[in-house]
Design a binder for this molecule. Structure first.
Ligand SMILES: [Fe+2]
Length: 296
């Protein structure tokens, strides 16, 4: 690795964010809820970049610099044998809740409460049971943090590696420091891929989305799997990029990923869900789709 590149394993580069939610709060700034204020115009003309916290900017700098084609392949080799643990969904939720990363944990909700808020909102809107379940579990891949992974390899907007980085990815200028930007093949729009090959054949930057997809891929309908796998792929589902990599299946899945996104972004509120009361419904739901143990 060149001298100018930060080392992925250096401790102080692991946690640029004060807490993991800081990235998601920033995404909401970038994509504010459309009808939420009477001052809609204010939103339309807001200077997003001026509002970005330095910690978030540093997070994106590290993410865009270090998520290379080779890094992604190495992380897949490290994690995708899924040999770390056997856990059911409930154990994974409880495990995720042991992760406290905030400087003021008293005011923060547990990760599981965010998951329940998402799934409850989906349920309120009368969506199918698999959609509710996707809401409940979609962030469980964040347990990667408990396996000592740096924040920029767990959360963040995801994007294809091994081909040209889209200009519509947040802070595209940080890709100039990514070694793949100097690789003649990966600089090409198609890079290592074939036109219309389908996103399944494309390596995405490594994080909680891709990881969880592999844990649950045998048990859920394709629409739920697409929601889980691509929920942070904003350049695709919000910006309409990477059309040339899509196949017909991706085109069918895209509207579902878009339908899921508002539940992911806009359901975080201060009202705490009553986990005890909700538990029987979700016990049934999880048992309907998943076996007793899953490999993580
Ligand atoms: Fe997520």
């Amino acid at each position: 690795m060149e001298d100018s590149l930060p080392s992925p394993e250096t401790d102080n580069l692991k946690t640029p964010l004060a807490d993991l939610d800081e990235w998601e709060e920033d995404v909401v700034l970038r994509y504010p809820k459309p009808h939420v204020t009477k001052k809609g115009e204010e939103h339309a003309f807001r200077d997003y970049r001026a509002e970005v916290r330095p910690s978030v900017k540093e997070f994106y700098r590290l993410n865009h610099t270090l998520q290379t084609f080779d890094f992604v392949k190495a992380k897949r080799r490290e994690f995708l044998p899924l040999r770390r643990r056997q856990m059911n969904i409930w154990e994974a939720i409880e495990f995720l809740d042991t992760f406290v990363d905030d400087s003021d944990p008293d005011t923060e909700m547990a990760q599981s409460e965010h998951l329940l808020q998402t799934s409850e909102e989906i349920r309120r809107d009368g969506h199918p049971r698999w959609f509710i379940l996707a809401g409940l579990i979609h962030d469980l891949g964040k347990i990667l943090c408990l396996f000592d992974q740096p924040q920029w390899a767990v959360v963040g907007d995801t994007f294809p590696v091994g081909c040209q980085f889209s200009e519509k990815i947040v802070f595209p200028e940080f890709f100039a420091s990514n070694p793949d930007s100097t690789n003649p093949l990966y600089r090409e729009p198609l890079g290592a891929y074939q036109s219309g090959c389908g996103l399944d054949a494309v390596l995405m930057s490594w994080g909680h989305d891709e990881y969880l997809y592999h844990v649950v891929k045998d048990y859920l309908p394709d629409e739920a799997l697409a929601m889980i796998r691509y929920h942070s792929f904003y350049a695709w589902h919000r910006e309409g990029e990477y059309d040339y990599l899509m196949d017909d299946h991706d085109r069918k899945m895209l509207p579902w990923v878009q339908k899921f996104n508002p539940y992911d972004l806009y359901t975080k509120c201060d009202e705490r869900p009553d986990a005890e009361k909700l538990r029987p419904f979700y016990e049934d739901l999880v048992a309907e789709f998943f076996p007793k143990q899953l490999s993580w």
